[in-house]
Design a protein around this ligand. Structure first.
Ligand code: ZN
Length: 251
């Protein structure tokens, strides 16, 4: 596999050479297909998946087959690492919502690498923390904000991870992400389309005017982007850290 492919995943691209060498020999290419499950709630995690493109959705399932989205994982991170590093069963389903490419590695090899390197453990913990922040924000968002605001938020989050204005996502998939009826999504997507924010076509949704969509979104999207829990590149951290220190010294 070419090194440039690894650079498309933020978690892998930010590893130091020593940590990357612990993982590289175990990484194998894999396709992510929308609708496929990476794992189900209660499963033992067999593989850790590092997306280069495409998006996975963590969902909390309900007994009658419905559920709701908790967090998204795209090219910034890894799927399955949280449970695998704890040798614990998966606490939710993980389904591919946008097709793409990825690398996968066996969970025992990932655990071995974590045991060998404190810096790798710390980097993985930072991603776990970002994932937990997303889940906490979603819990608040589901309780406090309108379906229109939540749809806007998920579309912005999906675009951040999938790239491009067109998001290959059906209204049915969006309804499952929100834990609402498809007819509700159709109605509200119609409002957003009339406002000029998005365009809905068979099999995809297109963000036409991001500013209009952001205006109809709740504070949750901006909060997650600004509170420092999102995984960012080393270059962005160099810019952010002096600002954080300045804020602390004034606090
Ligand atoms: Zn919200």
């Amino acid at each position: 596999m070419s090194t440039t492919l690894f650079l498309r995943n933020l978690f892998l691209s930010e590893l130091n050479a020593e940590d990357f060498s612990l993982l590289r020999g175990h990484l194998a290419p894999t396709e992510l297909r929308a609708g496929n499950m990476l794992h189900r709630c209660g499963d033992r995690i067999e593989d850790i998946v590092f997306p280069y493109s495409g998006v996975a959705m963590m969902t909390a399932p309900l007994r009658e087959g419905s559920g709701a989205g908790i967090a998204l994982i795209g090219c910034e991170g890894l799927a399955g690492g949280f449970a695998a590093s704890a040798s614990a069963p998966a606490t939710c389903d993980c389904e591919i919502v946008v097709s793409g490419q990825a690398s996968r590695m066996a969970a025992p090899a990932f655990r071995y690498a974590l045991d060998r390197s404190p810096t790798l453990r710390r980097w993985a913990s930072q991603f776990d923390n970002a994932l937990m922040a997303q889940a906490q924000q979603t819990a608040l968002c589901n309780a406090a904000h309108s379906v229109e605001a939540r749809i806007s938020r998920w579309l912005l989050e999906l675009q951040d991870r999938s790239g491009g204005e067109r998001i290959p996502l059906t209204q049915g998939m969006l309804a499952r992400l929100l834990g609402v009826r498809r007819t509700t999504v159709t109605l509200i997507a119609g409002h957003l389309e009339a406002a000029g924010a998005i365009r809905c076509r068979r099999g995809f949704m297109q963000i036409v005017d991001r500013a209009v969509l952001e205006a109809s979104c709740c504070e949750c999207y901006g909060h997650l982007k600004s509170n420092g829990t999102r995984l960012v590149s080393r270059r962005e951290r160099v810019v952010a850290e002096p600002q954080a220190r300045a804020l602390e010294s004034h606090g």
